[in-house]
Write a protein that binds this ligand. Structure first.
Ligand SMILES: *[C@@H]1O[C@H](CO)[C@@H](O)[C@H](O)[C@H]1NC(C)=O
Length: 740
């Protein structure tokens, strides 16, 4: 991908470079895209000029719908061009940073970790993430870690307290042996024996210590009781009253390690990073705005304790897999020529638990390696709420101005007295603090819309800032991907609804971004914004042509007709291009095929239900609540995932839709082929060719559904109730053929 690179015009070497694909590659892609566009236009032309007479009834209606679907697909494809047009790839040079700035000149960094529910996000998971970010390769006195506990759980505080003790051993160990990754759970989970460089005794004693830590924390999780010994050591535990619940408690801020105090040192006598626990006040009558609310609370709490110019936030289930990420990110902010207007540096999302040839198409390599670099190319990688470094000023609402120079080394601690400091911080995170302020409107993370992260990022860009996407070979953060079909589809439904609501609101990229960000970027944002709109055309395309095939209604040009060429070209070109892209980005062919299946499933379930629910809400009807699926944490389900078996298990409307489409196409294919053969019609086969291929492809991609329905016996198979419902829907279509 190496090609021309853009540099600032000065003597000092830049801290980062931006690489583009070679000019040849870019023009080749654009040439290819224009041929596809020509094909799309010809398809539209064919649809417009060959409309069957209205008297043909069913055929006329089917034709009309198909034309509308193709019109939409063509339009959407043009929209997606924006995320293929001009990718840029960033490379950071942390060595140069080291040469240019002394340690004292580096900015402080505040790291925010958010957790919301100790049952879904077990405390051990949370503190592994906290420990991984405490152990960043960065001057510890400049590092401040804040944990927001939205459940206000004393057990989380206990776990964090244990983590602060363990850190005294873990941090020097990481430093001494350059341990990677620095999440102890991930490290000891993968390394079975000490590496050669390590002192064996030290390694085993640390591993033992970690095991004890896990045992202690898990026993407290199980019993729900804090040991008396710990209660004496940390005042914070006395703050929980009997009747405090996660929705009703005062604000609590606890500084567990105060990096400013010399006595807060590790076993080697070195300073430790500051570690703060925060649970903002919650009252049942006050809206808390979920994660956006807790991020804004953290911004304020940190402003009196450390007020670092750089803020990083990460979800509690995404640990740092690269101890150099802070220095990498700073290369972007601190480059004097190119970094002045950069508001945030977003790292990609990567998953630790995804297996080879994942059945759910989880590796999102084309998104990470191509879509995001293209958004970056338009000057505006989106912010997606985790694994992101922010400039505090930009996040707090500052409008970009070229004259503004950041003071990277400012320190601002309001008072040296820890008790006072905690009190001051607590007063900033009461329920009523934000009343009649700009928090959530102009300052901090925006409230009142789903996907507040994306909107926040967009608004920062509209204030004149740029953002960059940094995707180094060794990934910065690793999280957990959902590994059951139900979870994935429900998650996508939520996102799709969020994006759709944004598109229909005043935050729509076309409205909010008008004249503020480039058209390409507006389009890039809208690719997700219009996910939901794909649902109806896709559902139409995978049912009506097959039904017409069964009934001998031809909807596509004959194979011998010249009009066949644009149809074939568009389909073949678009899919081979997508396959090649996938392979280039590191997927396997099987993963690509699986991703195509998920593409279909998401469009006919998540997107469809999201669209329906949004329409219902706009009409003032209550939401359907269609999407109740149990969270699957069954170990056997995990085994099945590893074997590449799709997880169904319980009844769900989503599964019923998928099964119905799969069954319908199977029936249409078998009965349709039988009919064509009986009529001995080489002629009719010619006219039906496209529909036959389409139907066969849909059957082929649904193979795992038939397997789950007819073959499998395990508990993750399709429940009989789903099969019966689908069968009842499909049967009438098979026995009652419409009149020709
Ligand atoms: C995570 O870090 C480990 C150890 O440093 C490395 O081997 C691995 O490749 C990293 N994972 C990813 C996905 O980059």
């Amino acid at each position: 991908m190496a090609g021309s690179s853009v540099r600032g015009g000065s003597n000092c070497p830049p801290l980062f470079v931006t690489e583009k694909p070679t000019r040849m590659a870019r023009y080749a892609y654009r040439l290819f895209a224009s041929t596809v566009l020509a094909g799309v236009l010809l398809v539209w032309l064919y649809r417009a000029t060959h409309v069957p007479p209205m008297s043909s009834g069913a055929r006329w209606w089917a034709w009309l719908g198909l034309s509308a679907a193709e019109l939409w697909f063509g339009f959407y494809w043009v929209l997606t061009l924006s995320v293929r047009w001009s990718p840029v790839f960033r490379r950071a040079f942390p060595d140069q940073l080291l040469r240019r700035y002394k340690e004292e000149q580096l900015p402080g960094v505040d790291i925010f970790v958010c957790t919301a529910d100790p049952t879904v996000e077990p405390p051990m998971l949370v503190i592994s993430t906290v420990l991984s970010v405490m152990a960043y390769d960065y001057p510890k006195e400049k590092l401040n870690i804040y944990l927001s506990d939205d459940a206000g759980s004393i057990i989380t505080l206990y776990a964090l307290y244990e983590a602060s003790e363990f850190a005294k051993h873990w941090l020097p160990f990481c430093n001494k042996y350059q341990v990677e990754p620095r999440s102890p759970a991930a490290y000891f989970g993968t390394e079975a024996s000490p590496p050669d460089a390590c002192d064996r005794k030290e390694w085993f004693s640390l591993k033992e210590m970690h095991k004890d830590l896990a045992a202690r924390v898990n026993s407290v999780v199980n019993s729900g009781k804090i040991p008396e010994v710990s209660k004496c050591k940390l005042m914070g535990f006395s703050r929980w009253s009997e009747n405090a619940s996660f929705r009703d408690h005062p604000s609590i801020v606890q500084i567990l390690i105060d990096g400013n105090k010399r006595k807060a040192t590790d076993v080697d006598g070195k300073v430790l990073p500051t570690l703060v626990y925060m649970a903002r006040e919650k009252r049942p009558q006050e809206h808390h705005h979920f994660k956006a609310g807790s991020l804004n609370a953290l911004i304020r709490v940190s402003s009196v304790i450390s007020n670092s110019p750089v803020i990083m936030n990460v979800d509690c289930d995404m640990y740092s897999n690269n101890s150099g990420s802070i220095r990498d990110a700073l290369c972007f902010f601190q480059d004097e020529q190119l970094g002045q207007d950069i508001a945030f540096v977003q790292y990609p999302q990567n998953f630790e638990n995804v297996v080879q040839n994942d059945i759910y198409g989880n590796p999102i390599n084309t998104v990470n390696e191509l879509d995001h670099p293209c958004l970056d190319g338009w000057g505006g990688m989106c912010y997606y709420g985790t694994g992101c470094f922010h400039r505090r000023e930009a996040l707090c609402g500052r409008i970009y101005s070229p004259d503004y120079k950041e003071d990277w080394t400012r320190v601002a601690r309001k008072t040296e007295d820890v008790i006072d400091l905690e009190g001051m911080a607590e007063s900033l995170v009461t329920c009523t603090y934000e009343h009649n302020t700009l928090w959530g409107v102009e300052k901090g993370v925006i409230y009142g819309c789903p996907l507040e992260d994306v909107i926040t990022g967009l608004q920062i860009q509209c204030r004149g800032w740029r953002s960059v996407y940094h995707n180094p070979p060794r990934k910065g953060f690793l999280g957990m991907a959902p590994t059951s079909l139900g979870q994935i589809l429900v998650q996508h439904k939520r996102w799709t609804e969020g994006f759709l609501q944004i598109s229909l609101s005043k935050y729509s990229p076309f409205l909010l971004g008008h004249r503020k960000i480039s058209l390409g970027l507006q389009m890039g944002y809208s690719v997700c914004g219009f996910w939901a709109a794909n649902s109806f055309p896709t559902l139409y395309y995978v049912t009506i042509p097959s039904l017409c095939f069964l009934n001998g209604i031809s909807l596509f040009p004959e194979i011998t007709s010249p009009w066949f060429v644009p149809f074939a070209y568009v389909a073949v070109a678009a899919y081979s291009c997508s396959l090649v892209e996938s392979l280039q980005c590191g997927d396997t062919a099987v993963e690509w095929w699986n991703a195509q299946r998920m593409w279909l499933f998401r469009r006919i379930t998540s997107y469809l239900l999201a669209a329906i629910d949004t329409i219902r809400r706009m009409l003032g009807v209550t939401e359907s609540g269609f999407t109740l699926t149990a969270k699957v944490t069954d170990p056997r389900a995990l085994e099945r995932y590893k074997k590449g078996m799709m997880e169904f298990g319980s009844f769900s409307v989503m599964f019923a839709i998928i099964t119905t489409v799969a069954l319908l196409n199977l029936a249409c294919m078998m009965l349709g082929v039988a009919k064509v053969l009986l009529r001995k019609g080489a002629v009719s086969l010619g006219a039906m060719f496209v529909q036959a291929v389409l139907c066969a492809l849909i059957v082929a991609i649904n193979f795992p559904v038939y397997e789950a329905m007819f073959v499998r016996k395990d508990s993750g198979r399709l429940p009989a109730s789903v099969s019966v419902v689908s069968l009842c829907i499909v049967l009438p279509f098979c026995i009652l053929p419409t009149k020709l």
